[in-house]
Design a protein around this ligand. Structure first.
Ligand code: PMV
Length: 312
């Protein structure tokens, strides 16, 4: 039995849209942070037939089946029992597919002795879920052309930000990221402008991270999240991932920043809010979000390590 662990990552420069017909290649670069306290744990065992168990329940997961089929076209892999669990809500905009595919390829690579490099694992994780490529790296990571495997920009200890995650709804999202991105590509009048602005945001965010420029990064990251949601909202039919708790949290975080606190927000394809802050601000941010209407729960993470095997 082989066990691997991987953490979700949160993009500060988002990707939303894929190159049509390509190998699950994002249409624009992205930059993210990997979290520490949230994690996916995946145990792999050779068995008589494939069995996938997520959070204790046997499931038929088309994304995992497709991923295994692709992997088996290139590598010899026996039938496997894949037993995976998340210590956070699954499929609710908290990047469970990112940590999920990162843990899965890490575990399979070790268990089946595929001999894949770190870059190869990131590429395979990307084929499972675009953002999963980045969970192969810890700290700050980038995913960009031409190779489209993630690269570490800064290790976690080099700029130890905190992320306060405010949960506003734990249900599984109604439109998956893949379906939503395709809808935006085909119908949003802002799609091309989004891709062009993201390329600029990516370069600026990289520079801000390397300079540890919190305020610079805050402006770029909030604009990236809001621009992505503008594309979602302008798709047909519209993709509305927010609820009233999301909006209340945005206003709370904006207010805190106006008072001089080092914090900014980001939001993915779901209603949860992630407040990224300097470590000394996280207690105040956590308290403020706990008191915000519509917030069901709050948890704080630091920056985490890359996906890894913990038992082989
Ligand atoms: O990993 P995917 O392909 O489901 O896409 C995730 C997209 C966002 O989380 C909304 C943004 C990002 O860059 O992580």
């Amino acid at each position: 039995m082989t066990t691997a662990i991987a953490h979700p990552n949160i993009a500060l420069v988002k990707y939303w849209g894929k190159v049509p017909g390509a190998d699950n290649i994002p249409a624009s670069p992205s930059l993210s942070i990997t979290l520490d306290t949230l994690r996916t744990h995946t145990r792999i065992e050779t068995s008589n037939e494939d069995l996938v168990i997520i959070n204790g329940k046997p499931v038929d997961d088309p994304k995992i089946s497709k991923f295994l089929m692709r992997l088996r076209q290139v590598h010899t892999i026996p039938p496997l029992t894949i037993d995976t669990d998340n210590n956070f809500p699954t499929g609710a905009g908290l990047a469970s597919s990112a940590s999920g595919f990162a843990a899965l390829i890490t575990a399979i690579n070790s268990h089946c002795q595929l001999g894949l490099s770190h870059e190869d694992c990131s590429t395979w994780a990307r084929r499972g879920s675009g953002s999963a490529a980045r969970s192969l790296c810890g700290g700050f990571s980038t995913l960009t052309e031409p190779l489209w495997h993630a690269q570490t920009l800064l290790d976690p200890g080099m700029w130890p930000l905190h992320v306060v995650i405010a949960i506003t709804d734990t249900s599984v999202k109604s439109v998956s990221s893949t379906a939503g991105m395709e809808r935006s590509r085909l119908t949003s009048p802002f799609y091309d402008a989004w891709l062009a602005s993201t390329r600029i945001a990516y370069e600026r965010a990289r520079t801000a991270v390397l300079a540890r420029d919190f305020n610079g990064l805050a402006t770029i990251a909030e604009a990236s999240a809001l621009n992505m949601h503008a594309v979602m909202l302008s798709s047909q039919p519209p993709l509305m991932y927010w609820n009233s708790g999301t909006m209340a949290a945005i206003q709370r975080i904006t207010g805190l920043r106006e008072q001089g606190l080092a914090v900014f927000f980001t939001i993915d394809a779901g209603p949860q809010i992630k407040a990224v802050c300097l470590p000394e601000a996280s207690v105040t941010v956590e308290r403020a979000l706990r008191e915000t209407p519509g917030i069901l729960g709050v948890t704080t993470a630091g920056l985490g390590q890359a996906a890894r095997v913990i038992h082989a």
